[in-house]
Design a protein around this ligand. Structure first.
Ligand code: GLC
Length: 562
């Protein structure tokens, strides 16, 4: 008998999931980029009111928590990652009352809220920095940042050879109140983002207070921006290489992943633990190895760290198996869950990464083969959601959105685009506002336009167009998250059991003590014949079963109940 099976075959969401103490160990966390999710007041820019109105969508999608990129008062030199006031909402996003309402509504729907905390640097419009500049070289406030005299005869050269992640020198020279050229200050990112000096006790005090402010507001955790950057090596030593940007991520640098950062997270963990309900900290820590990433999630530090090694792995069975094994092995000794992520607001969306040849990195400027990219993206998502630990979903990936690779230079806003030779530069392509409806201004994003233009082809990718279509990517995500919720073994534990005798290019593993869940993924361009291990739960593409065998199509993942 031949049986045709298409994508969503499965279970209903477990509506009243009971709150669990260790909810974060297998949580699926959805990243909302506030500028681009939903616009409540029709000004073309997303806001808290918009997010609030779409919370039921996220509940129905089946995620456990929502991480919000920064919504604090900010001049927006780096899309809100330049914070002028950590306890205020930028008027463009709403008010503290809106934030309070959003947190309450989310909780009523069973969703947790994680906010973004940016402790490595402030905005140059932060009160401390403005006063430090205005008060001149003798200002004690300068000790809260890294001010240094320049090198050269008249201090005309930067204090050391560090480069900004966004390109250009990591130092900017100040002008004294009397108009003469003054000291330089350090900024690992844009000049509008001066780095805090974490050796200064006022900085540490202030952030402990900010943590409490948001915990008192009811947030369930923090995503910690540039968590690996807070402490700089003593004396700010030169790197001595002109290839710093290439070194990033491969070597320990004097400004990244210094051992001193861990004392900060131990202090923060004590604060998190004072609050009920398991409030968590998630590190954005770019480190050379998953083993060094594990240092951030030791039992008395943070709870999770992003797995950027996984994000950077191409759609290739061997490479994926290796990164899965090393990630799980690195987390086991520290008893932290592994995490998995394919997309976020800083990298080219995975539907576009996988549409291009491997080896291009995570900032890609070509659309590639869209159909292939989407097919692989769907397969990659089913693979990711079958792994033990916590998974991150970036807004719009559930619609199969590609990166917008042809944005005109005039509309771009990414600060690194304007600072040539930076590591990033094309991050606007993954930040284009979400299409909710097939018609209407900005496809239902808001009543007005959208701050970055949406391609016409996005009408067909809208939530409205995909809802109820069993072949759509949105319904695939909904089904996958429903199966994950109802299946006790998915997400739990710390290991996978690789199945023997698997063809090259195919990943096959079982989960759970009884091995009653199996995931098979064909990463090759050709169909592969496999033995049917059980009953099909979900597939990323249509499959055809024949007498106990299956021709597993190219770039396809299948979930099985055994
Ligand atoms: C993090 C953010 C990124 C931002 C940078 C500086 O990497 O994810 O968007 O530009 O930090 O804050």
């Amino acid at each position: 008998m031949t049986q045709h099976l298409t994508a969503p075959a499965a279970a209903q969401a477990d509506a009243d999931a009971t709150p669990r103490a260790d909810w974060w160990r297998d949580a699926v966390i959805y990243q909302v980029y506030p500028r681009s999710f939903a616009d409540g007041n029709g000004d073309g820019m997303g806001d808290l009111a918009g997010i609030r109105s779409r919370l039921p969508y996220l509940r129905d999608l089946g995620v456990d928590a929502v991480w919000l990129s920064p919504f604090y008062a900010s001049p927006q030199a780096d899309a809100g990652y330049d914070v002028a006031d950590y306890r205020a909402i930028d008027p463009m996003f709403g008010t503290l009352l809106d934030a309070d309402g959003l947190i309450r509504d989310a909780h009523a729907l069973g969703l947790r809220i994680i906010t973004d905390l940016v402790p490595n640097h402030s905005s140059d419009q932060h009160d401390w920095f403005k006063r430090a500049l205005a008060d001149g070289p003798a200002s004690p406030l300068r000790a809260r940042y890294h001010f240094r005299p320049g090198k050269g005869e008249s201090g005309e050269l930067p204090p050391n050879d560090w480069e900004s992640v966004f390109g250009g020198p990591a130092w900017t020279r100040t002008t004294n109140p009397d108009g003469t050229p003054g000291d330089w200050y350090l900024h690992l990112f844009a000049p509008e983002q001066p780095d805090f000096n974490w050796e200064n006790p006022a900085v540490a005090d202030e952030f402990r207070s900010i943590l409490r402010f948001w915990l008192d507001m009811g947030v369930d955790g923090f995503r910690i921006d540039v968590a690996h950057g807070l402490v700089k090596a003593e004396g700010l030593p030169d790197i001595g290489s002109h290839d710093q940007l290439k070194l990033l991520g491969n070597d320990v640098m004097p400004f990244f992943d210094q051992d001193g950062v861990h004392a900060i997270y131990r202090a923060w963990r004590e604060i998190l633990d004072e609050y009920p309900g398991e409030r968590i900290g998630v590190a954005e820590a770019w480190t050379p190895t998953v083993e060094r990433t594990a240092n951030y999630v030791r039992p008395d530090e943070l709870h999770q760290a992003f797995n950027f090694q996984y994000l950077g792995t191409h759609w290739d069975a061997e490479a994926l198996r290796e990164v899965i094994d090393t990630s799980l092995a690195a987390m086991r000794p520290v008893d932290a869950p592994a995490t998995w992520v394919l997309s976020n607001h800083d990298v080219t969306r995975h539907a576009t990464r996988f549409a291009n040849p491997p080896g291009l990195g995570t900032q890609i400027r070509t659309a590639g083969d869209r159909e292939l990219g989407l097919r692989r993206a769907r397969a990659a998502t089913l693979l990711m959601l079958a792994l033990p630990g916590s998974a991150y979903v970036y807004q719009g990936e559930e619609l199969g959105l590609p990166d917008v690779t042809d944005l005109a230079d005039e509309v771009r806003q990414d600060p690194s685009f304007f600072r040539a030779a930076g590591q990033d530069g094309y991050r606007d392509g993954c930040r284009v506002p979400i299409p909710w409806t097939q018609n209407g201004p900005s496809y239902g994003f808001g009543a007005g336009g959208s701050w970055l233009p949406q391609p016409d082809s996005w009408a067909a990718l809208s939530v409205e167009a995909q809802t109820g279509d069993p072949t759509s990517t949105l319904e695939l995500y909904r089904s996958a998250l429903a199966v994950r919720r109802s299946h006790p073994d998915l997400g739990a534990g710390t290991d996978v059991t690789w199945l023997p005798d698997t063809a090259p290019g195919v990943l096959a593993f079982s989960r759970g003590d009884r091995g009653d869940f199996v995931c098979t993924a064909n990463t090759t361009a050709e169909p592969v014949r496999i033995k049917v291990p059980g009953r099909v739960l979900l597939t990323s593409e249509e499959v055809v079963l024949e007498e106990g065998e299956l021709s597993l199509p190219a770039d396809t993942t299948v979930w099985w109940s055994v």
